[in-house]
Design a protein around this ligand. Structure first.
Ligand code: PLP
Length: 421
């Protein structure tokens, strides 16, 4: 394979093999130019929900291109966005009444942060700080890196990142420390918002925490007038077992970010949902209170049509039952590793399973990551460990047999890792 001109994301071109060229995607698989079918066990960075190229989504895209390309969304509107906005209001926790569209998970978070600052300022009591949870990931733009964990990923850009207040991750047995830390911060009433990934911190290592902590964080935020931002970019659309993870804590966040599974993974689109109070803070005859944000492709009609088809699939097909079955299957399949000394920790939440390989030095740059990727790829499996954390986050069409093959390979990988120690 010869190198192309493409500079790939999160790829060290000096040491990593040339990425295989994919020529086709279907169901749970992607296929290389050489004809190798690869099981997409990570849903192509967590975006594919039902499976690659769901026919109803593809059809909706084809149909939309008969009448649309892009339409400016300031000063003009269109039906795909309007219909999608009302569908999202219906599907998300009650009380999220306004939908602001953008193009990626990162931009949906940037929008959320700006809404939070705008809310307090427009209400005449500006607040200046953002509280975040240790180990979080919210994207790779300057703002989203600022509210994410600091480390090797963003060390070079540190001078541009703004300061935030970090509360500890609520590890088992230490939940109260998290709550106390947040309460101490919120008390001085300068924290505009707390942003969290509800129930599971994805890129930070698939770290799971209980819904009760989420509910309590929301209560504390409410008590001190701090807005609560739920970044459901990864957790939305069934990943944690419910449509949105916040449902498990029975909370309505003030702001909810969604992307990835919004179009079933077919096209880039994101939405930031907000309460009426946040909208009202920006609703004024004083034009200086306008919510000053846009991107050129905001609410792309074709992407909105894809998202509407995705919503239709959730309404018309037994997706919730598929998610429940996959969640059960995942739990059963990882159970055999739960007492296995080759793993430090094995856990699942909804359709997601994660296994921490016991390999000593386990930072993101640990050699074990790329070695594991190559090991799995040779076996036709797309798995992208986070350091020593092997996780399985498949599309909902994956079969039990396919997962058996995958877990057999994980078993083999663990064996090799323990031999080479
Ligand atoms: N927020 C969370 C929780 C994510 O997991 C991600 C991406 O993985 C993002 C935000 C950023 O989304 P995007 O890569 O679409 O910008």
């Amino acid at each position: 394979m010869s190198r192309s001109a493409v500079w790939h994301p999160f790829t060290q071109h000096a040491t990593e093999p040339v990425p295989p060229t994919i020529v086709r995607t279907e169901g749970a698989y992607v296929e290389t130019r050489e004809g190798m079918r690869i099981l997409d066990a990570i849903s192509s960075w967590w975006v594919i929900t039902h499976g690659h190229r769901h026919p109803k989504i593809m059809e909706a895209i084809r149909e939309a291109t008969d009448t649309f390309d892009q339409v400016i969304f300031a000063g003009l509107s269109h039906e795909p966005a309007e219909q999608l906005a009302s569908a999202l209001v219906d599907m998300t926790p009650a009380g999220l009444d306004w939908v602001f569209f953008s193009d990626s998970g990162s931009t949906s978070v940037e929008v959320a942060l700006k809404m939070a600052l705008g809310f307090h300022r427009n209400n005449g009591v500006p607040r200046s700080r953002i509280a975040v949870m240790e180990h979080s990931y919210h994207g790779d733009t300057i703002g989203t890196m600022s509210v994410g964990a600091r480390g090797v990923f963003n060390a070079a850009y540190e001078p541009l990142l703004f300061q935030v207040d970090t509360i500890p991750f609520p590890a088992a047995g230490r939940e109260q420390e998290t709550l106390d830390a947040f309460e101490r911060l919120a008390r001085d009433r300068d924290v505009a918002a707390l942003i969290v990934e509800p129930l599971v911190l994805g890129a930070g290592g698939m770290l799971i925490y209980p819904a009760s902590v989420l509910a309590e964080l929301k209560r504390i935020a409410e008590r001190f007038g701090t807005l609560f931002i739920a970044d459901e970019v990864m957790t939305g659309w069934g990943r944690t077992g419910t449509m949105f993870a916040c449902e498990q804590a029975a909370i309505t966040p003030d702001i909810l970010c969604t992307s990835k599974g919004l179009t079933g993974g077919a096209l880039p689109l994101a939405a930031t949902l907000a309460t009426d109070a946040i909208f009202r803070a920006h609703y004024s005859t004083d034009r200086a209170r306008t919510f000053f944000h846009s991107s050129s492709y905001t609410a792309n009609p074709i992407a909105c049509a894809a998202a509407l088809a995705n919503v239709g699939i959730w309404n018309d097909e037994p997706v919730a039952a598929r998610v429940a079955a996959l969640s059960r299957t995942q739990r059963e399949k990882v159970a055999r590793f739960s007492q296995d000394p080759r793993f430090d920790n094995v856990r699942t939440t909804g359709t997601i399973a994660a296994l921490d390989l016991s390999v000593g030095n386990a930072g993101y740059l640990a050699e074990v990551g790329p070695r594991l990727r190559a090991f799995f790829l040779e076996r036709g499996l797309l798995v992208r460990p986070l350091g020593n954390v092997i996780y399985v986050l498949p599309p909902y069409c994956v079969t039990s047999d396919e997962l058996d093959c995958l877990y057999a390979a994980i078993d083999e990988a663990a064996e090799l890792a323990s031999e080479s120690r």
